[in-house]
Structures are given as C-alpha cells and as structure tokens.
Design a binder for this molecule. Structure first.
Ligand code: CMX
Length: 436
C-alpha cells in the first residue's frame, strides 16, 4: 500500500500538471457535436467525460492504460510467477499508475489486502440477517453501505481537510473496500446458497485465490479462472452505467463507499452487469426447449427467433460501443478451449456464437450482433460448480470495484468538479428547431 501510494503521488503531480496545461492551452478546442438524437439516445457517442484508467475501441475492445487483454495476460505478474492468468492486484497498480508493476509490488498489495480484510463484526451479523430471497446484488450494495462508517474520506471531510488531500483518503478507503469486498461477497454467497459457514482468510493466498476459497472453491484451476475473471471485468472506460454512476456520485464528494454502492446498483440492471445471470437463465431455457444434445443449428435459430419475437433481448449480445466480438468474450472462450473443451454448456455457448450474430443481423435492430463479456462467463463458473446464477453479478461487482475505485482516486487527485450536465425539455427542443 505504501509503495503504491508513493508511486501514485509522483504520477498525480505529473498528470495534474499535464492536465492543467492542456486545459489552459487547449480548453476551447472542440472535440464533438451533440445532436438531438444523442440527447434523447442515452448520450451515446458524446465525448463529455475524461476517464483515465481505460479506453474502449469499438473494433478492438478494451485497453487498460494502453494494454489489451492479451497484453495484460502476458505482462502482468502471475500467481507465484508460474500461474497463467494475471493477478488483479497488478491491474489495480496498472490502472492507478499507468505502469506495469513488478511481482514484489503486487505481493505488497496482496499483503495490504490481507491486513485490511477484516469485516467489522456487526456488519457480518447484519449481512447474515438479510432475507435469503433478497437478491445477492441488493445484499452486496447494501453491505457496501454498511461498511461506510469506516470511511476516512467522510471523516476527513467533516474535519475540514484541505482539498489537496482528498485523494489520499479516497485511496485509503478504496484499499479498505477492495480488501473487504471478497469477504462480504463470500459471506453473501455462503449465507444465501450454503450453510452460512465461511473459511477464514488464508494469508498465503492472493486476493482472487483467497476469495475463491472463502466462496468454498479450492480447485486451483478455479482460482486461475477467478484471477482472469476479476481482471477482465474491472474496467470498461467511463461511460458505462456502473463506472459512470460511481463517478457521478463521487463527484458530489460522496465517499468511495457511497459512490461504489451507487455504481453497484447500476451494475445490477439486466442490460448491464445482471446480463451474466440472464445469459445463464437463457441457456437453461434453450436447453429445456431443445430436443436433446443432438440439436441442430436450425433448432437454435428457431429458439432465438421465438425469444426475439417475444419482445426480449438476447442477453450477452450487443453493446453500446463495441462493434466486434468482445475480447473479454474471446479470452474466456480460450480459457474454455484450454480447460473444458468438452463441457456441454460451453458447446451450447459456442454453437450460439455461430448462429446468433446471423439471427440478430437479420432481426435488423442491434448495431452490434456479436457477443459481449456476459455471454461467456456463466458457463465457466458452472463448470467448476459455482452454479447459482443469481450470484454471478456480485463477482462482476467485486471486479468492477478495482476499476471504478481507481478512477475515483484519480478524479479526486485531479480535483475534478461536481458533475452537472445540462438537460433540456422537449419544449426547449421544439423551440430550438423553430428558431434555427
Ligand atoms: N437482442 C435483441 N435486441 C437488441 C440486442 C440484443 N442482444 N441488443 C440491442 N438490441 C436492440 C435494442 O434493444 C434496440 O431496440 P429498440 O430500438 O427497440 O430500443 C436496438 O437493438 C438498438 O440498440 P443498440 O444501439 O444496438 O444497443 P444499445 O447501445 O442501445 O444497448 C445493450 C446496448 C448492451 C444494452 C444492448 O445491446 C442489449 O440490451 N444487450 C443485451 C443485454 C446485455 O447483454 N447487456 C450486457 C452488456 C455488457 C455489460 O454491460 O455487462
């Protein structure tokens, strides 16, 4: 934690000066136009937000500080230097500083997470008392609020801290959150779906391995899967609902706990993070309707059309920005080809990949007929026995916290102001049209 904070201090000074100069010299340069369609259309395509940690290209997919997913898999430190998948602790370092960390630096973060990982007892008791039929994402968001009294940011603000120090408290809170989220998330899982017992933290394990173990999964391949999973779901630039919601709430100087909870409420929507749960439900529905494992591509096509004709979206397909297959889908497909090539659920996902883009193209509505991250993640979890799909978005949420909290720290460091875009009414639009 200390090494990261020291590094971050340098980066923040450098970046702060750079941004100041850009704004001073080029603040009036126009980077886009806004049409009436954009204003009604969910602000699609408007460049109205600076978000440093990652950038999404419509053809190529996500880059974390310039690194693609395969590059992250290659360059970020691995578990004991011999695992195959990147450690999300390394991604955190990369997102915050823009630099690839060493194994030692990553170990330091893992240690820090262990040191801060104890969830307050009264919070655990309340989580255990949640009704079992309360959706895991509702529990997760509520649990993050329960952690909020620990906020150093909120306490410092109350004490009248100088604004130049905001980022340090946001950083502190973010580390506390990231350290405690796995335990909180595992508690929800064990409490809703198992007997409520949870394995104590193992300090010899990394963040993902320890989380897996607390969930109750000891297969080393599952730990590798979780390292990949928690890395690739972390960040997807700034305009998506969970990132933008966290950023928006944080811009009011709400502390990282309040901000993250807000982001998680957005992630819980079926068009965003909940799509991973919806995909699994959809796969089960298809399996129930198919004649058996000997189904044909025509059978699949028919089920897809029935679903679409019922006025529902095909979950896991389409994207607001991407126009090609999501590289987060591709790397999960590669994981499946390597570790579970004969898994029947993987076969269904694979067969759908061959059929769905054609159907969606013919359907003619979606701008992107290709799969996104959520089309694949569920079957990997099913394979290792994490079969309760209502829980899947919580895993997404634990990962997404890495990205949105990194940016939150940087936003406070750069002194970004309260977010407040201008809205207009349809009456205003009519008058504007008439006068032009
Ligand atoms: N199945 C059917 N119709 C779809 C579709 C899909 N998978 N994706 C988009 N469409 C439809 C839209 O509903 C919209 O229809 P209307 O004009 O009737 O409103 C039309 O195609 C145009 O939409 P778009 O511009 O292509 O897509 P958007 O940017 O509006 O929305 C997204 C993007 C992801 C919400 C949408 O593709 C979708 O609903 N996909 C299914 C849900 C999903 O997988 N979400 C997860 C995304 C990744 C994540 O955030 O986790």
């Amino acid at each position: 934690g200390d090494a990261l904070k020291a590094k971050l201090k340098d980066v923040i000074v450098r970046e702060g000066e750079k941004v100041k100069k850009i704004r001073k010299d080029y603040g009036n340069v126009i980077i886009g136009d806004v049409t009436i369609d954009m204003a009604y259309g969910g602000m699609r395509g408007i460049k109205g937000l600076v978000y440093e940690t990652s950038l999404l290209d419509s053809e190529e997919g996500i880059r974390f500080r310039g690194l693609s997913i395969p590059e992250c898999q290659e360059r970020l430190p691995k578990w004991h230097d011999k695992g195959e998948e990147p450690l999300p602790e390394g991604l955190l370092w990369l997102l915050l500083t823009g630099e690839v960390p060493t194994s030692e630096q990553v170990k330091g973060i893992t240690r820090e997470f262990h040191e801060r990982g104890n969830v307050p007892e009264q919070v655990e008791a309340i989580i255990r008392s949640f009704p079992k039929d309360m959706h895991p994402m509702t529990q997760f968001s509520a649990a993050i609020l329960l952690l909020q009294p620990q906020s150093k940011f909120a306490a410092a603000y109350r004490e009248g801290v100088n604004k130049s120090k905001y980022w340090e408290y946001a950083f502190d809170d973010s580390l506390t959150l990231l350290a405690q989220l796995p335990r909180v998330a595992a508690l929800i899982y064990r409490n809703v779906f198992k007997d409520g017992n949870i394995t104590a933290s193992s300090t010899h394990l990394d963040w993902s391995g320890n989380f897996s173990q607390m969930l109750g999964f000891n297969d080393r391949k599952f730990h590798e899967l979780m390292r990949l999973y928690l890395t690739i779901h972390a960040d997807h630039e700034g305009g998506n609902v969970s990132a933008h919601a966290t950023h928006l709430v944080g811009s009011a100087l709400s502390d990282p706990f309040l901000s993250l909870s807000g982001g998680m409420n957005g992630l819980a929507g079926p068009l965003h993070g909940l799509a991973n749960q919806e995909v699994l439900r959809f796969l089960k529905k298809i399996q129930a309707q198919l004649p058996g494992p000997q189904y044909t591509k025509e059978d699949l096509t028919k089920t897809l059309w029935n679903h679409l004709n019922g006025g529902q979206v095909i979950p896991g397909y389409g994207h607001a920005v991407l126009r090609k297959t999501d590289p987060r889908y591709t790397c999960q497909r590669e994981f499946a080809l390597k570790h579970m090539p004969h898994d029947p659920n993987f076969k269904l996902v694979s067969d759908l990949y061959e059929v769905t883009p054609k159907v969606l193209t013919e359907h003619g509505k979606t701008k992107n007929p290709f799969p996104n991250v959520d089309a694949h993640s569920g079957v990997l979890l099913q394979h290792y026995g994490l079969v309760e799909e209502d829980y899947y978005t919580v895993l997404f949420g634990v990962s997404r916290a890495v990205g949105v909290l990194s940016q939150l720290v940087l936003s406070r460091a750069l002194g970004l102001p309260i977010e407040r875009p201008k809205s207009v009414t349809t009456e205003w639009v009519e008058k504007y049209i008439a006068s032009n």
